[in-house]
Design a protein around this ligand. Sequence first.
Ligand code: SAM
Length: 316
Amino acid sequence: MNDRFGRTITYLRLSLTERCTLKCSYCRAGEGVCPKKSELAKEEFLRIARAFAEVGVKKVRLTGGEPMLRSDLLSIISGIRAIPQIEEITMTTNGQHLPGMSCALKEAGLDRLNISVDSLKPERYHEITGGGSLSRVLTGIEEAFAAGFSTLKLNVVLLRGENDDETGNFIALTKERAVSVRFIEYMPLGEIDHANLRVTGAEILQKYPQLIHVVPSYRGQPARDFQMPGHIGRVGLIDPVSHRFCADCNRVRVMSDGMVRPCLGSNEEFSLKEALEQEGDGALHAVIARAIALKPESHCFDDGFSAQKTMSRIGG
Ligand code: SAM
């Protein structure tokens, strides 16, 4: 289905829960525990995924909060796998619950994994994430490779003075491994504004002029891809604030409470809850069509945007 600016929506980000294991300083510091009772049930997520597939969605990313906190995660994955139109299922995780799970995720039908890791220094990682264990993430990464998740993406949100001295160590990971390290610009999505700490993609390119621009893995991907000469893996720059890519945006988000959010950088949302209570899928399709039709042309991050929800609530 096309929006009113001619963009074809093929990508659904499904946030399975607002709950998270971690309290990353820039994401959900200060937030209380989100209520589990408002989360949709597995069957509701599957119905939504099927309805989106019927209007052209081909790819689903599971996210959160922390999607691995859902005890029915594997059956949600296998349920989405059974939808014929869905070509790819991916998941973004903080990696804390990954050890021991990679083979089961693969068998359930997960195609790709993005793992968030903002520091390679154990104490700093612990501090940024409000108590996370770096060794669990690194074990999870090794096991994911062994289970056959071949091109892992590692997400790194850079904050000036906090972890931007580690860019060289992250890039070094791409030397002998087919990982894609993605430096993500901080987006203004929380109560606390860290805009003054944002590190832009242009700064990374200035620091590493030897990075070679390479063709993106797929059209509409948020990252601009680069490679260090002689390295196997890639370095991705995701800089939505300083380097807008809205014209190519092909995605919408559904949150764990059944709200559709057509754009990360706009507070407008549409509820699927009432439509889910109806028997047929007519009402569900109508809300989806309306949300896609009204997707804003562009985010408002640099227009004094005041986010009502953090990324952990919307789904990263
Ligand atoms: N819990 C999972 C995780 O940690 O990957 C999935 C959800 S998390 C919200 C998804 C991604 O959003 C993470 O890579 C996180 O670092 C990123 N993120 C959170 N808040 C952000 C912000 N304000 N700006 C940019 N990225 C952000």
